[in-house]
Structure formats: C-alpha cells, structure tokens
Design a protein around this ligand. Structure first.
Ligand code: PEP
Ligand code: MG
Length: 752
C-alpha cells in the first residue's frame, strides 16, 4: 500500500461508489474485490462466504482463476481460509505454503502466491465469511494493513448482511443471520408455555450508516459520546442513578474500560479511517468478541460481556436514546438476556412480557424467582442463545420441558397452539374450583396453602383460592434488592403480606440464604460445598444481628395479629432451641419498649435435614409446628444437588425410602400432636400430592399454579382407598414406585 495515502478511507469511498453504480450483485462483488486488490497492492483478493452447511464458498476473486468462483468450497476448518473462519481471527503469513494448514486447490491456480492475509467477516459473533489478500512475494503485511483489511471486512459483512453485495437468492444458503429452526434445551426456571417475538434486553444496535463523509465530525460525536458514557458510569458509581442489578465491581470494570486508552484508540482509529462512530463501536466490538470468544477462562468471558454492555451503552448514547428510555416493544415479547438484575424484569410491561430466555442463571436466580412470581415461563442456561437469534425472531418458550424453539416450524407452532389452548381450558376449570373447599371423596378436609416470597405473589391468594401462605420465603426480598433491606422495608413487606392474607394464616420462614442464594452485598466466603455449607439458620445463629433484625420486623409487622415463624434447615434440636431463644429475646425487647406483641406466636422448624428423622421425639415437643421441606430433604437424603441438572432429577421422590421418611414424620407428628405441613415443590404436583394425602398429610403448601390441579385431584380421591394402596408400596423393593402409583390412581379414578 502506498504510504501517505494509507488508510481505508479512500478504499471505502471507492467501494461505496461501486455499490451505488447498480448492476447485478455479482458484478458489484467483482468490482469490490478488484478495488481492494488495487488499493492493497495485492495480486489476489477473494471473498469467501459461509454456506449454512459450514462450507466456505469462493464468491468473488481478483487474481485467482475466475472458474473457481462458486466452484471452490472449503470444508469447515479446511485450509488457511478455514482456519481464519474457525479462529475468527486474522491470519498473516509471509510464506503460506509452509503453514501446516495450507491446502492446495489446483482449480484456483494459487500456487505462486506466498504472502497471505485473511480476516474474518464477522456478524453478531459469528464468522459469515473470510476476506483474503495474497501476494506473490514472501512479504509480511504490517499492522496497519491488517487493521485496514479488518475495517473493510466489517463494512463488507454489513453489506452482505444487508443484501447489498450478494443477490438475495444467493444469500439463501449463506448463514448470515440464523434463519433455520432450532431447538435448544436449557433448565426450567419457571413453568408455562409462551410464544412470541425475541426482544433483546440489551438490544444490539446495528449501525445503520457505516461510512462517514466527514471523519472529523464523527470524531467529535464519538468523543462526546465517550464523555457521556463516562459521566453515566460515574453517576452510577455515585449511586445517583444506581442502575439496579449492576454490582459495584462490574461498574468499576466499566469505568476502567471506558477510560482504557487501547479501547479509545481503536475507536478513534476506526473513525479516522472513514467509519461512522456507530460503525467504529461495532467494529471494535466485533474484534473483542472474536478475540474473547475462544477464551475458556470464565473471568475473561465475563469481561467480554462487560465490554459488550459498554458498547451497547455507547451505541445508545450515539443514537440519542435517553438512559432507561423504552423501545417500542411488541405485544408478545419474549425477553432474551444473558442474565437479569433484580428489578430488571419488573421494568417491562407485564402485559407484553410473555416469556423469558436466559443464557445463564440458576433457578434460584433473581430473574427466575421474579418470573415464577409473575407466572412468566422461563428457560435458563441456554448458552449462546443470543447469538442464535435476531430481534423479532419467533420463539416458543416451553417451561414444561425446559426447551426453547427458535424460529419454530409450522408443525411445531400447531402443536404448541394445541397444548396452549388445553392449558387455558384447564386454567378456566381450576378457576371455577377456586372457592370450593378441598375435600376428598370420602369427606376428609385438606388445607391447600401457597408458597410466596414477593409482594407480586400476593394477588395469587385471591386468584387461586389458597387458604393461606404456608411458606413465605423472606430471603426473596433480600435477593431482589440492591442492598440489605433495613428494618422498615422488611416490616413494610411483612405487614403487606399479612394485610393481603387477611384472616388466612401466613407462615414466614426466616432468611434462608447461603448455598446458591448469595447476595452481592453480603460478604461470604466461597465454599467447596455450598449446599452443605454456611447457610440458612446456621448463618442466622452465627450472625444474630441479621436474624434478630428480621424477627423484630416480623413482630412489628404482626402488631397484635397472629404470627407464625419457622426456621430453615434445622439439623439438630440445639439449633432449634437457640433459634427459639432468639424469638423470646426479641419478644422481651419489644415488651420492654411497650410494643404490641402478636395475638398468638407460633414457632416452627422446617424438617429438611435427614438427621432430624431420628430425633423427632426430641424436636417435636419443642416446636409449635413443623413443615417438611422436601426439596432439601430429598437433596440430602439422595446426596443429589438440587441445582445440578445432571443429578437433580436422578432420584424419584416416589420411592420407598423417600415415602417411608415422609410417613415416619407424619406419624411422629400425629403421635406428639404437633401440626405438620409439607411445603416442597412436589406438594403442587397432583400425583405426588395424591401420595402425600394417602400418607396422611392434611396441609400442603405449594406454588400457586399447583392449587387448582391438586384441588381437582383431591375432589376425586378416596383417601382411605389411596392409603391402603400406597401403604402396600412402602415395602416395595423397587427403586421407584411411580408406575405402581400411577396405576393405583388410575384404578381409583383419580383426576390427575
Ligand atoms: C424445601 O427445601 O423443600 C423448601 C420448601 O425450601 P426451599 O425450596 O426454599 O429451600
Ligand atoms: Mg429448603
């Protein structure tokens, strides 16, 4: 390249002029490669585009045999071009034939060429093709030339994707944007079915104008935008406009990047070379994506996400969008995000939000908790889903099977519609049962309560006809907050819950933090085995200030009403004694200050640690009630981490050991006259609830969506016949008795 006039600016201008000249796409593509070859003083310039099969097809060339165009196709990873596509990074060689990946294609006539520079055509983190220049002489392309070619590649990628360079008919087979139906399997975060159109939480803003007429004006725009970005981050750090969900360390990293000379210089260089500020951001982002995408180190991948977020922010500033401004959202939006902060989901209009897909997260994650509370189907752990979607793509979220269907085929949509309407019908049926008491066919009254944890859950009491809240998970408020909820905020929430419940009982469970429920603002050590670690009541007893504050808030909220409190993960009777003593201390404290105590105060233990099974005789007399947390109890009994999808469903609760454990707890509580309820997720599944009722449980607390189906089951169930059938199965030698229970339920005509 001739020094002095280097830089792709004039090159980009020529390409633009060639584009504007009209004519068939192939002619314009041919013109483009000759312009690049001439400008780069290269004997060869070729463009390869990736077919949906992964093959890289030669689409245009200057310097290679023209017959090879559309004839030469390289397999994924084949040859140097394949290597550029695979690594998504430039490859700069002075003597290409000596490279181990060199593969000779006689039809191209490329043997006399030694110098090789290939750069990927990138779009949305995917390689859609490769741009190559070659020279006869063994020379090394300098850094500036590599940079220039990458800028040209970026512009070409956008043009190809925009249909400017290649006939749309030709484009059909090229994997420019994902267009084929795909099915991805993730983890179920919230049940339900939804269909709608993809909306990205952090919308990737595609640069509309790529090439600038006036680089100095673009430079001013860019600098102003970077200034605004820095100011935004500083404000966020000062907490003035605290962006919910962005932890302090991430903001610090943002600030570091926003001031990073390298990042700034890359952006400025790109603008100087003739790109608009938006295109410059996109260009630098593409490069980072390609560079970091290979990284295995989770820390580095995390930084890539930070850079992405930063690039998005910058693009939004350039687009003149005010922070927090809402885009036009479709009425059937399926929100797609890497992960969501505590309050992010609540910022979207509930009536438009139909489903949620997350790349990361866990079922105990904020977004998942809020999604369940709002009854929005959510599938998580869909690695790479954002790269496989474009905004507006059709999506089906199947919260039942933990699948996402991207751009589903017509038959999948039909099947979905059928399932969806069955669900709607069943819901309508359940709604009719809402005010009917749950009584078995042989007259036994069962109490159906619901599990809750957030203010948004409270509407469900009326909607489902729940007879109270059997488990209020107080840690949810902590998990969806930016900082530690103080006494007044806790009191306010608990009072609101009691108000909403009216005469119906509410059982508050004290903080069940630790394990996988970590709070960004609460320092805890990383543990080898968090599920077996410093969590729940263990934390509360070791850090009494937190637990006492909560008990104080509960007493204040009850203010003369009934209060029921229970402690999670009690593993020994001594722990329960210590926890109960703390309640007494708080009551005394309140009395000393002349506060009003609850009309009745009941203190219970959750039975979640198998150790208690052999000490119920000591525990039960100390408690006012117990509640069986089967989610944890079975995780510990079967030694299977409930958050690990590989093992969480490996063991069946409908198995003799699990059922015998439950039966033992139930019998012991009857013997000692201690009320018992069961509040694990399985209480909300009709077949499982059928077994629980057969075992004698009369109080079940479950996710709100379970109440209708379980009530319907109860109304059809002869409890005495169920008891006889199930008790025979307790001594079975099978690992699971699910099939036998299903047959029994069928035989007894139980509505499942
Ligand atoms: C349980 O463990 O069964 C339970 C109800 O508590 P959580 O799911 O909140 O751990
Ligand atoms: Mg539990």
């Amino acid at each position: 390249m001739i020094k002095g006039v280097r830089g792709p600016r004039s090159l980009l201008r020529q390409i633009r002029e060639a584009m504007a000249s009209g004519g068939p796409a192939q002619t314009r593509l041919d013109m483009t490669v000759s312009i690049i070859a001439r400008s780069m003083v290269a004997e060869v310039c070729s463009i390869y585009l990736r077919r949906a099969s992964g093959e890289l097809e030669l689409f245009a060339t200057e310097g290679l045999n023209p017959e090879a165009v559309h004839a030469t196709r390289l397999n994924p990873g084949e040859g140097l071009v394949g290597e550029v596509a695979r690594s998504a990074a430039p490859l700069n060689l002075s003597d290409a034939p000596t490279h181990p990946n060199f593969s000779y294609r006689p039809e191209t006539g490329e043997d006399p060429f030694h110098a090789f520079l290939g750069v990927p055509l990138l779009r949305g983190g995917r390689t859609i093709g490769v741009l190559v220049v070659q020279n006869r002489a063994a020379r090394v392309y300098d850094e500036d030339e590599v940079e220039d070619l990458q800028i040209v590649a970026m512009v070409l990628s956008e043009m190809v994707a925009g249909g400017e360079l290649v006939d749309l008919a030709e484009l059909k087979g090229v994997e420019i944007a994902p267009h084929r139906p795909e099915r991805m399997k993730g983890m179920r975060f919230a049940d339900g079915l939804a269909m709608g159109r993809a909306v990205f939480h952090e919308a990737p803003v595609a640069p509309e104008r790529l090439l600038s007429d006036d680089p100095s004006a673009e430079d001013i725009r860019l600098k102003a935008a970077i200034e605004a970005l820095r100011a935004q981050i500083d404000e966020m750090l000062d907490g003035q406009h605290g962006l919910v969900g962005t932890p302090f360390e991430v903001l610090e990293t943002y600030r570091m990047f926003a001031h990073d000379r390298g990042w700034n210089r890359s952006l400025e260089d790109a603008v100087r070379s003739g790109l608009t500020a938006e295109a410059a951001v996109e260009r630098v982002r593409n490069e980072h994506r390609a560079r970091f995408a290979q990284a295995r180190d989770p820390y580095i991948r995390e930084r890539l996400h930070d850079l992405e977020d930063l690039a998005n922010r910058l693009l939004r500033i350039l687009a003149g969008e005010k922070p927090g401004a809402r885009r036009d959202l479709p009425d059937d939006m399926i929100l797609v995000a890497r992960n969501l902060g505590p309050a992010d989901l609540l910022e979207y209009p509930r009536e438009k939000l139909k489903g949620l897909l997350l790349e990361e997260g866990s079922a105990a994650n904020h977004a998942a908790i809020v999604a369940r509370a709002l009854q929005i189907p959510c599938v998580g752990r869909l690695a790479g889903v954002r790269d496989r979607l474009s905004e507006g793509d059709a999506i089906i979220v199947d919260g039942e099977t933990a699948e996402a269907f991207l751009r589903p085929r017509a038959d999948v949509i039909e099947a979905f519609k059928t399932r969806f309407s069955v669900r709607v019908q069943r819901r309508a049926e359940f709604a009719k049962l809402k005010d009917e008491p749950a009584v078995t066919a042989d007259g036994r009254r069962i109490t159906l309560l619901m599990n809750a944890g957030l203010a948004v859950d409270l509407d469900n009491i009326e909607d489902t006809g729940a007879e109270g809240i059997g488990l209020f998970r107080t840690e949810f408020q902590f998990m969806v907050s930016e900082d530690l909820p103080r006494l007044d905020r806790q009191t306010e929430l608990y009072a609101k819950v009691l108000d909403a419940a009216g005469d119906r009982p509410v059982t508050f469970r004290t903080l069940d933090l630790g394990g996988d429920k970590v709070l960004p603002y609460l320092e805890t050590d990383r543990e080898e085995n968090p599920a077996l670690g410093w969590r729940a009541v263990r934390m509360g007893l070791d850090r009494p200030a937190l637990l006492r504050l909560q008990l104080r808030a509960l007493l204040a909220a009850a203010h003369g009403r009934e209060l029921r409190v229970m402690f999670p993960l009690i593993a020994t009777v001594d722990e329960f004694r210590a926890a109960r003593d703390m309640v007494d201390v708080e009551c005394e404290w309140a009395l000393r200050r002349g506060r009003r105590l609850p009309s009745t105060l009941r203190v219970g233990a959750m039975v979640e640690a198998p150790s208690l099974l052999w000490h119920l005789d000591a525990l039960l007399p100390l408690t006012d009630f117990i509640s069986v947390g089967t989610n944890d109890l079975f995780q510990y009994m079967f030694a299977a981490d409930r958050t690990n999808p590989r093992v969480s469903d490996r063991y069946d609760p409908l198995s003799p050991p699990a059922l015998r454990a439950l039966s033992r707890i139930q019998e012991a509580s009857v013997e000692s006259g201690t009320p018992v309820s069961l509040c694990g997720e399985l209480a909300g599944r009709p077949l499982e609830a059928f077994v629980l009722i057969a075992l004698g449980f009369q109080r079940l607390s479950m996710p709100p969506a379970g109440i209708g189906p379980v009530k319907r089951m109860i109304l059809s169930c002869d409890r005495e016949a169920a008891r006889r059938g199930v008790s025979n199965l307790l001594t079975s030698s099978n690992g699971s008795v699910r099939n036998e229970i299903e047959s029994l339920a069928r035989k007894l005509n139980v509505a499942l």
